[in-house]
Design a protein around this ligand. Structure first.
Ligand SMILES: Nc1nc2c(c(=O)[nH]1)N[C@H]1C(S)=C(S)[C@@H](COP(=O)(O)OP(=O)(O)OC[C@H]3O[C@@H](n4cnc5c(=O)[nH]c(N)nc54)[C@H](O)[C@@H]3O)O[C@H]1N2
Ligand SMILES: Nc1nc2c(c(=O)[nH]1)N[C@H]1C(S)=C(S)[C@@H](COP(=O)(O)OP(=O)(O)OC[C@H]3O[C@@H](n4cnc5c(=O)[nH]c(N)nc54)[C@H](O)[C@@H]3O)O[C@H]1N2
Ligand SMILES: [Mo]
Length: 748
């Protein structure tokens, strides 16, 4: 099952933010959620005099450090960014050369931006026109500028559009591919980047190979198994279909008429490995689905809250997983760097490392031999995790993991004091490599890539253009455009003078100016750079100073998408009914990760704001983590924030007759309600409330403590705000709209 929380990696690295002169943050609170990384932001301010701009619905601890703070209405970042682009173009602050040489579709963006005057933006976002003008003037004229985002941009029905418009803003300013610039998405869990890279999403295979026959054939080749054998593992016609997502698996159990699960029909069993389950929206549905499953297997280092939500007495199995300290291997950090970790202790008691649990399953299901065939001698004799790391290096060329050999990664962990913090350059024994070999690390000799898309550096020093993934020509408004970069836009030391396509067996000789031997030709026949396991194509490209994936233009316009350019659409449950008519949501989408997903039909159903007048924002606290089980089982952390609460502005509370510390009911348009403590706060506007999502164990007011295994009740239980968050899912990724929605509050 896929985890749909977030997409995208940092283009630059964390310490590179120290080189920024302007930092604009949309919907991230690094002072709280990335406190170690936030030190680089503070250093940029102190050492570099960088201007820090925060665009946020709440006055956060990050906002407290900002030079400029725009208190935006949730879900309206697109109008804000278009407003900036409008002013940039009016004042001629765009980087014309960059746009002309390295992008596609700019005119469409300019047309849309023209609609968003400062007055229009003020009406939609609630940010005063003059503030937008001031922020744009500073950000557009102070370079290099970096753009930061995290969950405040992604957890919306239009999350994907948000995540497209932010890089478009950076492209227009020419801030892409520059030290101190880029788009830097602060990712969540340890190794969430690695998990995405390894195919833990239900719509693609490891290394982002499309969920289609060529992708499976590539992996069959790497795994040395027969493609037909792989095919036989799937129900008929289901092999190339997206799977369910974590946010909607329950629909597969509960709502037969709206699922598209082929001959398998309803979901009957679930294995949950390292996820809290109550952390996704609609916990009442999650509860009902847990009750209805025939088999529920939890593989976790601790039996977590989901256990308490189901009343069932059988069909539940807890498999004790070992923690990261009891195993070893690589994780991938938010800046694409690899880190080797050594085991500290052997798994304690009867716990097993996750991979050993998976191996045991594979044996039981009868495909262990195929499962481990690519490892070691192919007969089950292998060294974990070294051989698995080699398999990754062999198969994942798409993002350039070929250079991530275990020996190299271990040397980086062993010598991490031998790297420069600001440039990541190695010294002494590590000379010539960048710390953590940030991907793409194209080959065993490539040093890694600290900053993506920097075409001022040779490819063998981490330089590159944009990826050629979308053809050579594209038509737009009757004109045919070249999708490759212009003449003159190319990393130095290349055999080419401008753009070039992705490397294949068919074009390598012409592009690199070489002749392959007959033996080489036979080895690479029919292959492209990312499917050629011999490495001949990649190595020959690198020798010619060519980036294996080509040198193309960044697309601002995407023909195949629901919105070809990012467009503002109001949240499904919007506090501004007048805006819904002007900026309606998408048409309902059938068969979206196997389930029908509603947009317009919910949005138009009624004037939600009348009954549910408060905008609900959910986010994080520094002392708790995720679903909260790992921090609520700590007596010390539970003491700092001992109970679930909801922040409300005192002026609004006064109108509702709610005093600071009163218990309240928070009602959701879903028909559910949550019981929690009201807390006065001035950090939100009067029409918003804020609640953390770290609690569980009380469901619609009912205490579930008795349902935890004996002796394992967390020190703090509370209502999960996800019982109250509203229906709404991103049109592409299906991330829940947990940062936009409505509620009503009454004194309990
Ligand atoms: N202490 C701690 N650290 C963590 C975590 C944790 O649970 N605890 N979780 C980790 C994980 S998994 C992740 S993904 C990251 C997440 O890191 P962040 O994205 O920083 O996390 P949040 O606090 O959920 O959301 C950030 C901000 O978005 C704002 N916001 C809400 N709606 C909007 C909007 O429409 N527009 C804008 N511009 N802003 C909006 C919220 O007010 C909030 O302050 O943190 C990681 N770090
Ligand atoms: N309302 C609202 N909801 C949200 C969000 C929000 O901002 N608002 N944010 C969303 C986001 S971005 C995220 S990432 C999710 C987070 O939600 P979850 O992923 O559910 O959160 P965690 O608490 O990090 O859960 C991790 C689980 O993994 C277990 N674990 C830790 N180490 C290991 C290991 O080595 N092996 C195994 N098998 N298990 C292990 C832990 O014990 C824990 O149970 O919540 C999402 N939900
Ligand atoms: Mo996350």
């Amino acid at each position: 099952m896929a985890n749909t929380f977030g997409y995208g990696a940092m283009t630059n690295h964390l310490a590179d933010i120290q080189k920024s002169k302007a930092i604009i943050i949309f919907g991230a609170n690094p002072a709280v959620n990335h406190p170690v990384g936030f030190q680089h932001f503070l250093k940029a301010k102190e050492i570099n005099g960088a201007k820090l701009i925060v665009v946020e619905p709440r006055f956060t601890r990050t906002a407290a450090k900002a030079d400029m703070f725009a208190q935006i209405r949730p879900g309206t970042d697109i109008p804000f960014m278009y407003g900036m682009i409008n002013l940039i173009l009016k004042n001629g602050w765009e980087d014309k050369k960059f746009v002309a040489e390295r992008t596609f579709g700019f005119e469409e963006i300019a047309k849309e931006a023209a609609k968003y005057t400062p007055e229009v933006v003020e009406d939609i976002t609630g940010v005063p026109a003059q503030q937008l003008i001031d922020i744009t003037r500073v950000y557009a004229q102070t370079k290099p500028g970096t753009l930061i985002w995290a969950m405040g941009l992604t957890q919306h029905t239009i999350g994907t559009s948000n995540a497209r418009l932010a890089p478009i803003l950076q492209l227009i300013l020419g801030n892409m591919g520059k030290p101190g610039g880029g788009t830097n998405i602060l990712r969540g869990h340890d190794n969430v980047q690695g998990a995405t890279d390894m195919g833990c999403l239900s719509e693609n295979l490891p290394g982002y190979f499309p969920n289609a026959e060529p992708g499976f054939k590539h992996w069959a080749n790497v795994w040395q198994v027969d493609f037909e054998w792989l095919k036989a593992r799937f129900a008929p016609d289901m092999m190339f279909k997206n799977g369910f997502t974590l946010s909607r698996w329950w629909q597969g159990v509960l709502e037969e008429e709206t699922i598209h699960n082929g001959p398998a029909g309803k979901l009957r069993a679930m294995v949950c490995m390292g996820n809290g389950l109550i952390s996704v929206a609609q916990t009442e549905k999650v509860k009902q689905a847990l009750d209805k499953l025939e088999l529920f297997v939890m593989i976790d280092i601790f039996p977590h809250d989901a256990i308490a939500y189901t009343d069932r007495k059988d069909g539940v199995y807890l498999l004790p997983a070992a923690s990261q300290y009891e195993t070893s291997g690589t994780v991938t950090a938010t800046n694409r760097s690899g880190q080797w970790r050594y085991q500290v202790v052997n798994p304690i008691y009867e716990s097993k490392a996750d991979q050993d649990i998976l191996f045991a399953f594979a044996k039981k299901f009868g495909f262990y031999n195929e499962y481990v065939r690519a490892l070691g001698d192919g007969k089950g004799n292998f060294v974990w995790p070294e051989d698995a790391t080699r398999e990754i290096a062999k198969g994942v060329k798409t993002i350039g993991l070929s250079g991530w050999l275990p020996e190299r990664l271990k040397a980086h962990t062993d010598n991490w004091h031998m790297f420069d913090e600001l440039t990541l350059e190695g010294k002494g024994p590590m000379k010539g490599e960048y710390y953590g070999l940030p991907w793409p690390c194209w080959s065993d000799k490539h040093p890694g890539t600290p900053n993506l898309y920097d075409n001022s550096l040779p490819v063998m020093k981490g330089g590159m253009g944009f990826r050629n993934n979308f053809g050579l020509k594209q038509e737009l408004n009757g004109v045919e455009y070249d999708m490759l970069a212009s003449e003159g836009s190319v990393p130095p030391g290349s055999t080419q003078k401008g753009g070039y396509p992705a490397i294949t067996a068919a074009n390598i000789e012409a592009l690199a100016g070489i002749t392959l031997t007959e033996e080489e030709k036979a080895k690479v026949a029919g292959k492209a750079w990312h499917t050629d396991l011999s490495m001949i194509l990649v190595n020959k490209a690198l020798e010619a100073g060519l980036c294996p994936y080509g040198n193309a233009r960044a697309r601002m316009f995407v023909k195949e998408w629901a919105d070809q350019i990012p467009r503002h659409r109001e949240p499904l449950h919007s506090p501004r009914t007048d805006m819904v008519a002007k900026y309606p949501s998408f048409k309902d989408k059938p068969n979206h990760f196997r389930v029908d997903t509603k947009y317009e039909s919910i949005q138009m159903q009624k004037d939600w704001a009348k009954e549910f007048p408060l905008n609900l924002i959910t986010a994080r606290l520094v002392t708790h983590n995720g679903q909260g089980i790992e921090s609520r089982i700590s007596p010390a952390l539970s003491e700092i924030y001992p109970e679930m609460f909801i922040e409300i502005h005192p002026d609004r509370a006064l109108k509702l007759g709610i005093k600071d510390g009163d218990m309240v009911w928070v009602h959701s348009p879903e028909g559910t309600k949550g019981y929690m403590k009201a807390k006065y706060s001035y950090s939100i506007k009067e029409d918003c409330v804020f609640a953390p999502f770290h609690w569980a164990g009380i469901h619609q007011g009912k205490d579930l403590s008795k349902n935890y295994p004996e002796g394992l009740v967390p020190y703090s239980v509370g209502e999960s705000i996800n019982t109250v968050t509203n229906y709404g899912y991103d049109i592409v990724t299906q991330i829940p709209e947990t940062k936009g929605g409505l509620c009503r509050i009454e004194k309990a």
